[in-house]
Design a protein around this ligand. Structure first.
Ligand SMILES: [Mg+2]
Length: 190
């Protein structure tokens, strides 16, 4: 565990994380620029945590531990409960993701956020997204309170299907976890 934490910290602090973000954002941008004009009612899906917004501050404070409940009074040394952290609404934007978001909007796509955060965090999450510069998204989709999903895919895949059933074509799905991509893409109108 110690080696893994050190590797992750080094990855972040060396600038490698930042440059990898730039690389994937450039790829996403090139894809969207080519694909969005080709479809009717294009949509782009974004994850929030560690995609649109950075939680590095709380990850570091908790030394990579998953401190879920409890207060968040001890930044920057931790511990800080994740729910309380989310309610603070102070996560900064990941600039490359925000640029990708703005590019999607300017190319004419609607943006849907699909997050594993639950409905009790809606107001704080909307405030945080606004403060971080994410303006003009179509919808913020959160899990119902008290729900439990074995994997993020169990929640997110049906939500993407619902977006396509509403007549949108999802051209990009942007997130930091492989489970967000699991389940693939539903077949929808092109
Ligand atoms: Mg995430």
């Amino acid at each position: 565990m110690g080696d893994t934490k050190l590797a992750a910290t080094t990855y972040y602090q060396s600038g490698a994380y930042d440059s990898d973000l730039s690389i994937v954002a450039a790829r996403a941008g090139a894809w969207m620029a080519a694909r969005i004009p080709q479809v009717r009612r294009p949509a782009v899906v974004f994850d929030i945590d560690d995609t649109a917004l950075s939680n590095w501050e709380v990850i570091k404070a908790n030394d990579f531990g998953r401190v879920f409940k409890g207060p968040c009074r001890f930044l920057s040394d931790g511990p800080c409960g994740w729910v309380a952290w989310d309610l603070l609404g102070r996560s900064p934007a990941i600039p490359q993701s925000r640029a990708t978001f703005r590019q999607a909007r300017s190319l004419g796509a609607e943006v849907f956020f699909i997050s594993g955060r639950d409905e009790s965090q809606r107001a704080a999450t909307e405030r945080n997204l606004q403060a971080a510069g994410y303006d003009g998204y179509r919808r913020l989709i959160l899990t119902p309170g008290e729900s439990y999903y074995r994997s993020a895919a169990d929640f997110k895949e049906p939500q993407r299907a619902a977006i396509e059933q509403a007549g949108y074509k999802i051209v990009a799905n942007i997130g930091d976890q492989p489970s967000y991509l699991a389940g693939g893409m539903p077949k929808g109108p092109s």
